[in-house]
Design a protein around this ligand. Structure first.
Ligand code: SF4
Ligand code: F3S
Length: 78
């Protein structure tokens, strides 16, 4: 799945939401989150984010922390 990482925090541009064909991008308090089981890996959201917050899960820069895990935690809590 794709994940939304650190640059989205407090930006929340939402361009990605309009691009997602399966509506699997959900709003959190400070950032948006991609549901890891609903994402179909189409990649449509990735180029539209103005702050390049969206990466394939294996490509998230390590210095941004473990956003794959924090995405999963977000959905575990709801
Ligand atoms: Fe939605 Fe496709 Fe982005 Fe996954 S990769 S969140 S399915 S637009
Ligand atoms: Fe966030 Fe970028 Fe989407 S800032 S809301 S991931 S377009």
């Amino acid at each position: 799945a794709y994940v939304i990482a650190l640059p989205c925090v407090d930006v929340k541009d939402r361009s990605c939401v309009d691009e997602c064909p399966v509506d699997c991008i959900y709003e959190g308090r400070r950032a948006l989150y991609i549901h890891p089981d609903e994402c179909v890996d189409c990649g449509a959201c990735e180029p539209v984010c103005p702050v390049e917050a969206i990466c394939f899960e294996d490509d998230v820069p390590a210095e941004w922390g473990d956003h794959t895990a924090s995405n999963a935690d977000f959905f575990a809590a709801v």
